[in-house]
Ligand binder design. Structure first.
Ligand SMILES: *[C@@H]1O[C@H](CO)[C@@H](O)[C@H](O)[C@H]1NC(C)=O
Ligand SMILES: *[C@@H]1O[C@H](CO)[C@@H](O)[C@H](O)[C@H]1NC(C)=O
Ligand SMILES: *[C@@H]1O[C@H](CO)[C@@H](O)[C@H](O)[C@H]1NC(C)=O
Ligand SMILES: *[C@@H]1O[C@H](CO)[C@@H](O)[C@H](O)[C@H]1NC(C)=O
Ligand SMILES: *[C@@H]1O[C@H](CO)[C@@H](O)[C@H](O)[C@H]1NC(C)=O
Length: 700
C-alpha cells in the first residue's frame, strides 16, 4: 500500500542506517522573514518556520542558543528549519495557507570511504533548492534534492507513474496529504559558515545527492539533513494546475527550497552522531537525545520575537500573495501593499504566567469551571490577566475567544498534554497566537495567584470584567458561543503510538455488519425532519448521549442556521455515515461512536428546536439526535481511546479487510508525539504522518 515498501530486513541491509526523526514538529512561526537571505529586512515570501523560539530576521548563533525553547522535542537543538509556505488557490484566485508540519531527519551516512561524520559547526547556515527555479535538470543533484510524495494510505499506486515520487507538483490531489521534500548538501568546505549564495560553502557528495563521499573541494562530511514538509492538500479541492502555489508564486513546485541555521549544542549533536548507531528513526533509541526529549516543552513553545504585520491568510483568504509575488503562469501582476512593519507575535503573558500546553475539556463538565468570559479580542494574555485578577492560578483559552479560570483542573480533566495540533484555533484578538481548540484548552499557570498585575493588559482587563459570564458547568454557555470552524477533524489516535499502526487505527472503527439489528426509527425520537428532506438512504435513529470528548469525532460545525437537513447533508457530503445534531445548532459526523458516548437516551432528552428551523428537533443538552445512512449498522459506544474516523478511511472501512492494510510493520516509535502514526518504510526511511486540523477561517 505504501510506495516502495521495504521490509525491515531489506532496510537493515542499507548501510549507514543510523538516523533519527523529529517528527510532527510544530511551526514556531509562519511569516515573511528569512534571516539568511534577507537579514535585517522583510523577506520576499512567507515561510513556514520550525524550531527555536528566538528566530528573528537576523541570525546570531550566540543569541539563538539562548532561545527559551524550541518546537523540536530535543530542547538543546535551538536550530531553525524553514521552507516556503504552501497556499491553496481556489478557482476564483483566493489563497489559503495549507496546514503544515515538518519531519526533520538527521541521517548519519558516512559514504563508501566511511568518512567521519561531523556535527554542524557553530554558526553554520545553508540553503538547498532555488526559489527562482521553474525547470528540472535530471542530472543535477541540487534539482534531484527537491521532491514530492503523494500520500494515499488506502490504495496501492505502485507502478503508476502518475503517483511516483517526482520533482514537481502532482497533477491530482493526494488523499492523505503531500510531502514537499528537501535534502541538504552534506559536504562542507571546512572554512566558511556562509557564502554569498548561501550554498557554495556546501556541496552534495560525489556519488549522489543523498549519500556518498565528499569532494576534495568540500572535504568535511557533515550529518545529512532532510526536511519533509507535510502539507494537508487533502483538505482542499484540487482543480488542476495552479491549485497549489508556493509562497514565492511558484505553481510548478520546482521552486521549493529549504533553509537551515544551526542552533545545536554542537557537542551533544556530535555525541548523538557518534554513539547512536542503533537509532532507526526513533529519537528514543538515541540515549543522549532521549535524555533531553521534552515533547510538552516543544508543544508549548511560542515565538519570543516579532512577525511581519500583514495578513498571510490565516483567518481570511488572500487575493494575492504577501510580498508582491505574482502567481507563476497567471499573467496577473501582484498587488504591492508596501513594506509592512514587525509586530510582537504574542501578547506577552502577565508577569509570572507561563503556557503549559493543550488539554482536553473535562469529561463531565468544564475543566476550569470557577469563572469564565469571552471577548472578541481574546488573547492568552487577556485570559491570564483576567483569571489572575480574580485570584485564580490556572487560566485556559478555548475556541479562539473563551477564557476559563480555576485553581485546579476538574470534572475529569487532567493536565495530560495533547499534541499541539489539537489546539489550533487562532486567538480572536491575535491570529498569530493560538487560543485552544474545539473542547480543548491552551492552559496557562502562575506561581502567584492573585498577584498578577494587569500591567501588560490593563485595557483588556477593563473590557473583560464587563464581559464576564456566570460560571459554566453545563454546555449551555459554551454552545452559544461555539464557532462554526470546528476543527475536531481527523486527528489520528491518541493512544500509544507504539501500538498504533494504520491497521489498528482502522480496525478500531471498521464497520462490520452488526449482529444487533439497528434501532428502529420509531418512538424513541420526538418530531424530526421529514425523510424527504434528507439525502437518500438517511433516516433518524434516536436520541443519544454525548460528552465533551464527543461521540462523533469525524467532523463538526455549528451555526444559527442549523437544520437536520443541513447537518445530515454536510456529514453525507464528507463521506460520513452518521450525523448528530445537538444543542439546537451543533452538528457532528462520524462512522462510529467514540469516547464511550452514544448511549440511547429517552426521546425527551432531545428536546431542542433547531436554530434554523423551529419545527425540527436538533438534540438537547449533551444529547444529539442521531441520523444514519442505511449502509451502516449503528455502532455501540466506542472505546475511549479509539481513533477518530477520517472521511478518506470510510471507503476501506466498509470494504473487505484486504484493502487499506497497514504497512508491514511499524517500528518501535515510542518517541512519537500523541496523534502520530508510523506509516511504513520506503526506500529512504521510516515515514510518519499526522492528520492536521483544517483551516481556521473565523466565525460566520
Ligand atoms: C544540468 O546539471 C548538470 C550537472 O550539474 C550540469 O553539468 C549541466 O550543465 C546542467 N544542464 C543545464 C542545461 O543546466
Ligand atoms: C525568555 O526567557 C527570558 C529570560 O528567562 C525571559 O525574560 C523572557 O520573558 C522569556 N521570553 C518568553 C517569550 O517567554
Ligand atoms: C477590540 O479591539 C478593537 C481594536 O482595538 C476595539 O476597537 C474594540 O472596541 C475591542 N472590542 C472589545 C469588545 O473590547
Ligand atoms: C510484524 O512483526 C510481528 C512481531 O514482531 C511479526 O510477527 C509479523 O510477522 C510482522 N509482520 C510483517 C508483515 O512483517
Ligand atoms: C521497543 O522499545 C522498547 C523500549 O524502548 C524495547 O524494550 C523493545 O525491545 C523494543 N522492541 C524492538 C522490537 O525494538
Amino acid at each position: 500500500m505504501f510506495p516502495k515498501l521495504l521490509s525491515l530486513a531489506a532496510l537493515a541491509a542499507v548501510v549507514n542506517a543510523e538516523h533519527w526523526i523529529f517528527g510532527g514538529s510544530k511551526l514556531i512561526a509562519t511569516t515573511r522573514l528569512d534571516s539568511i537571505v534577507s537579514p535585517n529586512a522583510i523577506g520576499t515570501h512567507v515561510h513556514a518556520i520550525v524550531g527555536a523560539s528566538g528566530f528573528k530576521n537576523v541570525y546570531n548563533p550566540d543569541e539563538l542558543v539562548q532561545s527559551n525553547c524550541t518546537t523540536i522535542p530535543v530542547q538543546p537543538d535551538k536550530s531553525n528549519y524553514w521552507a516556503p509556505q504552501m497556499y491553496h488557490q481556489d478557482p476564483q484566485g483566493n489563497l489559503t495557507p495549507m496546514p503544515t508540519s515538518f519531519n526533520i531527519y538527521y541521517l548519519v551516512r558516512n559514504g563508501p570511504k566511511n568518512e567521519k561524520v561531523h556535527a554542524f559547526p557553530k554558526g553554520l547556515v545553508m540553503l538547498a533548492g532555488d526559489t527562482t527555479r521553474r525547470t528540472y535538470n535530471a542530472s543535477s543533484f541540487a534539482d534531484q534534492a527537491v521532491s514530492y510524495v503523494c500520500l494515499d494510505y488506502n490504495n496501492d499506486h505502485s507502478g503508476d507513474p502518475d503517483w511516483a515520487e517526482r520533482p514537481d507538483f502532482f497533477t491530482h490531489s493526494c488523499p492523505d496529504g503531500m510531502r514537499a521534500q528537501v535534502f541538504f548538501p552534506s559536504c562542507w568546505d571546512g572554512v566558511n559558515l556562509d557564502s554569498p549564495d548561501h550554498k557554495s560553502h556546501m556541496a552534495y557528495p560525489v556519488q549522489a545527492y543523498n549519500t556518498g563521499d565528499c569532494p576534495d573541494s568540500h572535504p568535511v562530511h557533515l550529518v545529512s539533513l532532510f526536511y519533509e514538509m507535510f502539507v494537508s492538500v487533502d483538505q482542499f479541492e484540487y482543480h488542476g494546475a495552479g491549485t497549489w502555489v508556493l509562497a514565492n508564486g511558484d505553481t510548478t513546485g520546482y521552486g521549493h527550497h529549504g533553509d537551515f541555521q544551526n542552533g545545536w549544542d554542537v557537542d551533544l549533536l556530535q555525541e548523538a552522531i557518534d554513539t547512536c548507531t542503533a537509532a532507526n528513526g526513533n529519537v528514543m533509541d538515541c540515549p543522549p537525545l532521549a535524555a533531553v526529549f521534552d515533547q510538552a516543552a516543544a508543544d508549548a513553545c511560542t515565538l519570543e520575537g516579532s512577525v511581519v504585520d500583514e495578513n498571510i491568510g490565516l483567518t481570511t483568504p488572500l487575493t494575492s500573495l504577501p510580498g508582491c509575488n505574482p502567481i507563476y503562469g497567471s499573467g496577473k501582476p501582484c498587488a504591492n501593499a508596501g513594506t509592512p512593519q514587525l509586530i510582537p507575535a504574542q501578547d506577552p503573558l502577565p508577569t509570572g504566567w507561563t503556557e503549559l500546553g493543550c488539554i482536553a475539556e473535562g469529561t463531565n463538565g468544564r475543566a476550569l469551571p470557577a469563572l469564565s468570559m469571552k471577548d472578541p479580542n481574546m488573547t492568552r494574555a487577556m485570559c491570564a490577566s483576567y483569571c489572575g485578577s480574580h485570584g485564580y492560578k490556572l487560566a485556559g483559552v478555548e475556541f479562539s475567544d473563551e477564557c476559563y479560570c480555576d485553581n485546579s483542573v476538574k470534572n475529569g480533566a487532567s493536565e495530560t498534554f495533547l499534541t499541539w495540533s489539537e489546539c489550533s484555533n487562532h486567538c480572536a484578538g491575535n491570529s498569530y497566537e493560538i487560543c485552544g481548540g474545539a473542547a480543548k484548552l491552551t492552559l496557562m499557570t502562575t506561581g502567584n495567584p492573585g498577584a498578577s498585575s494587569p500591567s501588560s493588559s490593563s485595557s483588556s482587563a477593563s473590557s473583560v470584567s464587563s464581559a464576564a459570564t456566570k460560571p459554566v458547568s453545563s454546555a449551555n454557555t459554551v454552545s452559544s458561543v461555539r464557532a462554526t470552524s470546528v476543527s475536531a477533524t481527523s486527528v489520528v489516535a491518541t493512544s500509544s503510538p507504539t501500538q498504533t499502526s494504520v491497521a489498528s487505527t482502522q480496525s478500531a472503527h471498521s464497520v462490520t455488519p452488526s449482529t444487533s439489528p439497528s434501532t428502529p426509527a420509531t418512538s424513541t425520537t420526538g418530531p424530526s425532519a421529514p425523510a424527504a428532506s434528507l439525502p437518500a438512504g438517511w433516516a433518524v435513529v434516536g436520541c443519544r448521549s454525548d460528552t465533551s470528548a464527543r461521540a462523533l469525532t469525524g467532523y463538526s460545525f455549528a451555526n444559527d442556521q442549523m437544520t437536520v437537513a443541513s447537518c445530515v447533508s454536510t456529514c453525507s457530503s464528507k463521506g460520513f455515515l452518521m450525523a448528530g445534531v445537538e444543542f439546537g445548532r451543533e452538528c457532528y459526523c462520524g462512522n462510529s461512536f467514540q469516547n464511550q458516548a452514544g448511549e440511547p437516551l429517552p426521546s425527551a432528552s432531545c428536546n431542542m428546536a433547531c436554530a434554523g428551523d423551529a419545527t425540527g428537533t436538533c438534540g438537547g443538552n449533551w444529547a444529539f439526535t442521531l441520523y444514519k445512512h442505511s449502509d451502516l449498522a449503528v455502532a455501540n459506544p466506542g472505546p475511549s481511546s479509539s481513533a477518530s474516523v477520517t472521511p478518506t478511511s470510510v471507503a476501506s472501512a466498509t470494504q473487505p479487510s484486504s484493502t487499506g492494510t497497514a504497512p508491514s510493520n511499524s517500528t518501535n516509535v515510542s518517541g512519537l508525539p500523541a496523534g502520530w502514526i508510523a506509516v511504513g518504510y520506503d526506500d529512504r526511511e521510516l515515514h510518519l504522518a499526522l492528520r492536521l486540523p483544517g483551516p481556521q477561517h473565523g466565525r460566520t
